[in-house]
Ligand binder design. Structure first.
Ligand SMILES: *Cc1c(COP(=O)(O)O)cnc(C)c1O
Length: 245
């Protein structure tokens, strides 16, 4: 078994345990494997272990990797964009990705909808929220969330799936020392905001609004306890990332 396969197995077991501990064994979150900075061969190893959903932050790296994975013959891959996106790069996400988690501006959403190739399924999108209004994070405020979600839900080639948030970098120290209770409280606010937005959406958009994208390698336990439906896990699967130049 490769290192990636065995780490993936460990993460799955941890997720199952955390789901059981939180009384949600019947509804565990999905696992998004964050492969940023790792190559197509790492994706292939995770794929061999049954992983299909991959998350990427850097658009050009991602587009090259998607092509390399296709050349390797990897089937059924689902690509999720989870990075920050400049307006002039929206077409690459519209053309190459299945999901976009980090939508925080209507202008980007409009471009993604316009640029989605005809014949492809709608781009599945989450709105990034910043519930503690931290200056270090992107995302819309709690007050803005309902308004932007309602506007995005009306765009023809997007399917609004839910909300996404990052942990507070102060609570989730670089050293790995997580402030568990504070992180849990912050995540719980995102889940509450999801319920609030859901209740305000037009009836036709509610059934697909089922996603809370929350939790990374360091705060998976708190995210699962709070009610995350997709955890985005990178280093616990692929190992330590080299800093980007
Ligand atoms: C890098 C990244 C992750 C994965 O982080 P790890 O700590 O390696 O698990 C998850 N979500 C986003 C938005 C990221 O940028």
């Amino acid at each position: 078994m490769s290192t990636i396969e065995s780490r993936l197995q460990t993460v799955r077991e941890q997720m199952a345990q955390m789901s059981a501990d939180s009384g949600r064994l019947a509804h565990p979150p999905a696992l998004l494997a964050v492969s940023k900075t790792f190559g197509a061969s790492a994706v292939a190893q995770a794929h061999a272990a049954g992983q299909r959903a991959f998350g990427e932050n850097y658009i050009q790296e991602a587009v090259d990797k998607i092509a390399a994975c296709r050349a390797l013959g990897l089937a059924d891959l689902q690509w999720h964009f989870i990075g920050s996106l400049q307006t002039n790069k929206t077409r690459l996400v519209a053309e190459h990705f299945d999901w976009m988690h980090t939508l925080d501006r209507l202008k980007i959403a409009q471009r993604l909808s316009e640029q989605r190739p005809t014949g492809r399924a709608p781009l599945q999108v989450c709105v990034q929220v910043n519930v503690d209004a931290s200056a270090t994070k992107a995302g819309v405020s709690e007050d803005q969330a309902v308004g932007i979600c309602a506007q995005i839900a009306s765009l023809p080639n997007l399917c609004l799936r839910g909300l996404m948030a990052l942990p507070d970098p102060v609570l989730l120290g670089e050293t790995g020392a997580v402030d568990g209770p504070a992180t849990l409280a912050l995540h719980a606010r995102v889940v509450q905001l999801h319920a609030h937005v859901l209740a305000q959406l037009p009836a036709g958009s509610r059934s697909m609004f089922d996603t809370v994208s929350l939790g990374m390698s360091g705060d998976m336990a708190q995210a699962i306890a709070a009610g995350s439906t997709i955890v985005r896990v990178g280093s616990a699967i692929f190992g330590h990332r080299a800093p980007r130049p």
